[in-house]
Design a protein around this ligand. Structure first.
Ligand SMILES: [Zn+2]
Length: 144
């Protein structure tokens, strides 16, 4: 640490001329493993006994379809013949965020970070963060 820079009312330390805290925040999405975040999201929307069954007819999915289903890919149920994603009938259906972006957004919302700061951190607009804040704070995980 060699010098400091004033930002708003806080003096942030510089390390090799770089403000570490905002740099860590802006790199957070890229530092997360998207596959791990995807598995986390799957377990949120399809926990326990729901992890291996069709979300539309509740019939067990055959082993050959589970990998795609758990990877949040479109899956066809051999029992009912319908196509769906693991996020079907949840607030996460057709979300336009990567799993890593969603995890960062949700975690930062939970600890009270300003929505404009979250928008910068995930590289999205404030309107996106505002819409997700409303969904995550006012909705159940499953709409069904
Ligand atoms: Zn089905």
């Amino acid at each position: 640490m060699s010098k400091t820079e004033n930002t708003e009312n806080i003096t942030l330390p510089l390390v090799n001329g770089v403000q570490v805290l905002p740099l860590a925040l802006s790199d957070l999405v890229n530092l997360l493993d998207d596959d791990c975040c995807q598995k986390w999201l799957f377990n949120v929307v399809r926990p326990g006994d729901l992890s291996g069954v069709c979300p539309l007819c509740s019939e067990p999915l055959p082993p050959g379809r589970l990998n795609g289903y758990q990877a949040l890919k479109k899956t066809k149920c051999p029992a009912c013949g319908k196509q769906f994603h693991a996020t079907t009938n949840t607030i996460f259906h057709r979300m336009n965020l990567s799993p890593s972006e969603l995890v960062v957004l949700a975690a930062l919302l939970e600890v009270g970070v300003k929505q404009s700061v979250i928008a910068d951190a995930i590289g999205r607009g404030s309107d996106t963060v505002q819409a997700w804040a409303a969904k995550l704070n006012g909705s159940k995980v499953r709409d069904i």
